[in-house]
Design a protein around this ligand. Structure first.
Ligand code: IMP
Ligand code: MG
Length: 183
């Protein structure tokens, strides 16, 4: 196995939690009515699970609107550094979501292909609305334009791990975000 230096701290758990609370306020303000219908948080597995669970709990503190959860799983072809832009759906949501207000929850928007494919995918289901929340964005890496309605942090073009994000399936469990320095 290739040796790798320990990831370097980048965003603390405290910074992340404070930002998640702010995002929850903005999401609640934009999704007030109709109060009886749930807001569907749709998480992109696996990277978005921490952001989704923290955001949903932060929403419960600032909104009385019901919240429902569902998940999708995608993988993008081209495992190397260059994304082919072809996004494959490995798992779709369990519920139909036609007419629903959907908040797509992503860990990180990099080239933008995954988020773009997911937004188009939900629009095609006839949802009432679909918005995108991403904890992180690397604007320097963008290859296709995608509107990020709620963004945690803009970050430089570095590979990050923790808070759901992995490097070869490691580091997802960390409560903070760190930068991997390969060497
Ligand atoms: P995109 O389609 O190029 O925007 O890639 C989005 C997906 O790539 C994210 O949902 C992550 O799963 C993965 N990804 C991109 N950058 C990173 C990173 O720095 N660390 C971990 N995963 C990443
Ligand atoms: Mg990943």
């Amino acid at each position: 196995m290739a040796s790798m230096a320990a990831p370097v701290p980048f965003l603390t758990a405290d910074q992340i939690q404070r930002r998640v609370a702010e995002i929850a306020e903005a999401v609640a303000a934009d999704h007030r009515a109709p109060d009886s219908e749930p807001l569907w948080l749709v998480g992109a597995l696996k990277g978005a699970i921490f952001f989704l669970t923290d955001l949903s709990r932060a929403l419960s503190a600032v909104s009385t609107r019901p919240v429902a959860l569902d998940f999708v799983r995608t993988s993008s072809y081209g495992a190397g550094t260059k994304s082919s832009g072809e996004v494959r759906f490995l798992q779709d949501v369990e519920h139909p979501l036609a007419g629903a207000d959907v908040l797509l929850v992503e860990d990180i928007v990099d080239s933008g292909y995954t988020a773009r494919a997911l937004l188009d995918h939900f629009a095609a289901k006839g949802v009432r609305s679909v918005r995108l929340a991403a904890l992180l964005s690397k604007p320097d890496r963008r290859e296709i334009e995608v509107p990020v309605d709620y963004l945690g942090f803009e970050i430089p073009d570095k590979f990050v791990v923790g808070y759901g994000m992995d490097h070869a399936e490691r580091y997802r469990h960390l409560p903070d975000v760190r930068i991997v320095e390969e060497g």
